[in-house]
Design a binder for this molecule. Structure first.
Ligand code: USQ
Length: 380
């Protein structure tokens, strides 16, 4: 297939790129390096500083020559239109969004930039697809956080309502807990508007917090490893806990740690997206999948990390610190996720071995861990 990947430099974007390159697809990559720039501005840094895309492409092109990269901002409509008109991809995978809740809540500037960038990149993409190649399959990364923590079961995207003896199906009610999550909710509304009015076909993946490092033969070459963040703004919780354990600093459980989310290994993220690439929805259909494999409370994750890493002589300690976020700690949580398993996903479950493997990877770069960027500094 000819696949356009927006946000190809990121944690998920690069893992996806490496995997699809190996499968010999023709790839058009787009990124404007904005996350690198924001991290530098905020004095945060990843565990491993990846070379820029063109340098890494030299290695990928040893096995697949059909890859091209554009250093382009997806919020620039004219440039997006030119790329889509020139290449006319069969599918687009859209990762080109600012992904962090704390970043979006840091101040007015970053709040607005999150809303603007995320909505504008989605709007430009979907508008181009409608005008130029309406049959193209858009795969968009959403988030489980769009649903919030309601006191009823979380369905996959839609809710059947029976009201005054009449029935209809609506998008499941959404309640974001940060401006980042609100931007994703607005994306979904925008996409649904275009799908129902213009017969586009879109897959929206409601993903939970991701952990791990993408493993395949490419990963043996360090130059091809994706970015891995562990700081208070851009790192996700399980990756942070593992880095904290390796760095011998306490695991930062926010509040009581009773908050529950649905988690997924990055290896499964890639498998899920590949499954949805093979299962294009009908025109006029918005297919929504809840993309996580297991539910845990934050406290359970911390205990699992502590217990697992004892086997490699890492003695982690757990510290409950004041929750810097406005979020419910004690709540009901039961989210459905059977749609992706129906497509054939065999989940890679979280186990001591999975945690130890990630810790070994982190340990290779232990001297680069900066303890000053671990404690949370953004409150809302
Ligand atoms: N948490 C801790 N300690 C930490 C960091 C986080 O207890 O050191 C807690 C948070 O309070 C929260 C949970 O862990 O209850 C998850 O936090 P997170 O930072 O891993 O995830 P979140 O901010 O929700 O966002 C991440 C990604 C985002 C993705 C989202 C999926 O950054 O791109 O959309 O996970 S979800 O959480 O389902 O919305």
């Amino acid at each position: 297939m000819k696949i356009l990947i927006l946000g190809a430099d990121g944690y998920l974007g690069w893992s996806m790129t490496a995997s699809l390159a190996k499968d010999n697809h023709e790839l058009i990559l787009v990124d404007n390096y904005s996350k690198r720039k924001y991290m530098e501005d905020l004095k945060r840094k990843p565990l491993y500083k990846m070379p820029l895309v063109p340098q890494r492409l030299k290695n990928l092109k040893k096995t697949n020559k059909k890859i091209i990269f554009y250093k382009t901002d997806c919020s620039d409509y004219k440039k997006m239109k030119a790329i889509i008109t020139k290449h006319k991809p069969d599918a687009v995978i859209h990762f080109a969004e600012l992904p962090s809740a704390p970043f979006s809540m840091l101040n007015n500037k970053y709040g607005w930039e999150t809303l603007q960038n995320n909505l504008q990149s989605t709007f430009n993409l979907i508008h181009c697809i409608k005008d130029i190649i309406p049959d193209c399959h858009i795969i968009k990364l959403g988030t489980m956080g769009e649903y919030g923590t309601p006191n009823i079961d979380i369905e996959e995207g839609w809710l059947n309502i029976n009201h005054n003896n009449r029935k209809d199906k609506f998008l499941y009610p959404r309640q974001g807990s940060s401006l980042y999550h609100m931007s994703k909710i607005m994306d979904t509304d925008l996409i649904w508007f275009y799908v129902r009015n213009y017969n586009l076909n879109v897959t929206d993946l409601m993903q939970g917090p991701v952990y791990g490092i993408y493993h395949d033969e490419f990963e043996k070459e360090d130059i091809l490893a994706p970015t891995f963040t562990y700081d208070d703004i851009f790192g996700t919780v399980l990756n942070r806990f593992i880095v904290q354990a390796v760095a011998e600093t306490p695991l930062t459980v926010y509040g009581s740690g009773a908050q529950i989310r649905g988690y997924i290994n990055v290896v499964d993220t890639i498998k899920c997206i590949k499954l949805t690439l093979k299962n294009r929805p009908q025109n006029g259909e918005l297919a929504i999948y809840n993309q996580f494999t297991e539910q845990f409370s934050v406290r359970q994750l911390a205990q699992l990390v502590k217990k697992s890493l004892k086997a490699i002589n890492i003695n982690a300690t757990i510290s409950n610190i004041a929750n810097p976020r406005i979020e419910k700690e004690k709540h009901y949580y039961n989210a459905k996720n059977s749609n992706i398993e129906k497509l054939g996903l065999k989940p890679l479950k979280l186990s001591p071995k999975v945690i130890i493997d990630i810790a070994k990877y982190v340990n290779k770069h232990k001297d680069r861990i900066d303890k000053r960027i671990i404690k949370p500094k953004v409150n809302w």
